[in-house]
Design a protein around this ligand. Structure first.
Ligand code: AMP
Length: 396
């Protein structure tokens, strides 16, 4: 069965077509700058690699252009849209409603709409992708895979905030957590690789544009560092991670900032961008730090320090550690950050082998010493294949 995976953002659509269950990638690509200047479509099959600038005013036009490539006589990979059995959609927020992947129907669509206020930047774009895919692939099953779903197993101690009960009961204010598809995928890979008995207590560390950590007991998420929204926890590219909320009130009540300005500052101008005066890519930050830039050195140390604090607290709630897993752009590629995090963690049973760590991962790698009690794994994440897998399993 062919399954198309769609990750629809506010101005982009990422797509990958899989043959399932073999997980073979038939083609993949991206429509970017939808509705902006110079929209572009990228298409890559096993034999072709094409980039084309064209007019793409909305998501429907974008997906139609993708389908044109898929069906093209010369470069295409299918003869008819009816060959696609299912379309798997990444949906960022499933609230407390969705703890599992679901086949999309009118009720599901209504619920995703109701969750717009919880994920105003993401859910409307994900919803748009669903509507457009339904029109273009009327015969395919549409499936929603939620970024929050994996974390729905968290116990109440982990998801509830210590604010009056009505805020949870009436307004559903609680920790939801995100990047669930990635945490689930790499945790399952780790369990398969190490065997369940050697991987019952795992901490997965997803370090990309967004960053989060998850404590995983027997394959289930029991706590995670992102919260109600996508700013809590670790220091990210442009997001601050944990701060003391009284800073917000001080800025607004005493220093004349507008709430919107503070929100923008915390979401876009903070994290590595704020600490390095403008850099967010770790390749640049590491190069500057190596050349002696003090702000970049401090920024990297702060990232590692915050992760180490979470690692300690997750080791405590798991009552031990079998494995830690690094994943996503930074986790898979930055030996520098992995080394800073694992320095002086032998109390937790973690000993990094620096030679093995000097690598970038395109497959599962073990980078601990022979005597390390805890396995240190680098596992490339693959949210698209996880969405295809879950879609395939659900409809079969
Ligand atoms: P992601 O969101 O998972 O695609 O991660 C993207 C981020 O990974 C980039 O912004 C970089 O900061 C980081 N990254 C990618 N390649 C490398 C590399 N070779 N070394 C360090 N960081 C990298």
């Amino acid at each position: 069965m062919k399954i198309l995976v769609i990750n629809s953002g506010s101005s982009s659509i990422k797509y990958q077509l899989f043959n399932m269950p073999s997980e073979e990638v038939i083609c993949s690509g991206l429509v970017e700058r939808i509705g902006l200047n110079n929209p572009k479509i990228k298409y890559k099959s096993q034999t072709e690699k094409i980039e084309k600038v064209c007019r793409i005013s909305d998501h429907k036009t974008g997906l139609e252009k993708v389908v044109k490539f898929l069906l093209d006589e010369k470069v295409g990979v299918i003869k008819s849209t009816s060959e696609i059995g299912a379309v798997g959609h990444r949906v960022v927020h499933g609230g407390s409603t969705f703890s599992e992947t679901v086949v999309i129907n009118d009720v599901v669509k209504e619920k995703i709409k109701e969750l717009f206020s919880l994920a105003p930047l993401h859910n409307p774009a994900n919803y748009e992708g669903i509507i457009v895919a339904e029109e273009i692939f009327p015969e395919a099953k549409q499936v929603a895979v939620f970024d929050t779903a994996f974390h729905q197993t968290m116990p109440v101690e982990a998801y509830k905030y210590a604010i009056p009960n009505k805020f949870l009961d009436e307004y559903k204010i609680r920790r939801y957590g995100f990047h669930g598809t990635s945490h689930k995928y790499v945790a399952e890979q780790a369990i398969q690789y190490l065997g369940a008995e050697n991987a019952s207590k795992i901490v997965t560390i997803h370090l990309g544009g967004g960053c989060s950590m998850t404590a995983i007991k027997d394959g289930k998420s029991i706590d995670t560092s992102l919260g109600f929204g996508p700013v809590a926890g670790l220091i990210m590219g442009g997001r601050s991670g944990d701060i003391d909320q009284s800073i917000i009130f001080h800025l607004v009540n005493n220093l004349g900032y507008e709430l919107n300005e503070v929100n923008n500052m915390l979401q876009k101008e903070s994290g590595m961008v704020g600490l390095t005066d403008g850099l967010s890519d770790y390749r640049d930050i590491e190069a500057e730090a190596a050349a002696g830039d003090e702000k970049c050195q401090v920024a990297l140390n702060m990232v590692a320090y915050r992760i180490k604090k979470y690692l300690g607290s997750y080791a405590a709630i798991l009552n031990g550690l079998d494995a830690i897993v690094f994943t996503a752009g930074i986790g898979e590629n930055s030996d520098v950050i992995r080394k800073l995090i694992c320095e002086n963690t032998d109390f937790l049973g973690i000993q990094l082998d620096e030679e093995k760590n000097d690598t970038r991962a395109s497959e599962i790698l073990e980078v601990q010493t022979a005597t390390s009690k805890v396995k240190v794994l680098i596992i490339p994440t693959n949210e698209e294949v996880e969405i295809a897998k879950q879609s395939f399993e659900l409809i079969n």
